[in-house]
Design a protein around this ligand. Sequence first.
Ligand SMILES: [Zn+2]
Length: 119
Amino acid sequence: MDTELLNTLKEALKKEKLLLEQELSSIAAKDPKVAGDWDSKHPRVPEGNEEEAADEVEEYEERTLIEQTLETRLKEVAAALARIANNTYGACEKCGAQIQKERLVAVPSARTCEHCMTS
Ligand SMILES: [Zn+2]
């Protein structure tokens, strides 16, 4: 892979990582005990108002789902950056072939080539 493309993808990944971290920090608190793990912030549950409390629980569940999605993406992006750092980036995890350039440009955190993705 040419260095210029690699640098472009690296910058894209770094930017995505920052964005994901920003989004996560707005809905979740970083777990101080586990690196890379986030916990959804607990919404306050008002006393004596069951309807509102149910809404809060629903909101919390929704937030947890979003948090998990963001966390998974963040892990993918971090893993891709780690692969760049140890020069294994761009190789398909399943067959070892070089992942198509177009696919990496579209999805810089891709782990598999198009063939393995669809098979
Ligand atoms: Zn493959």
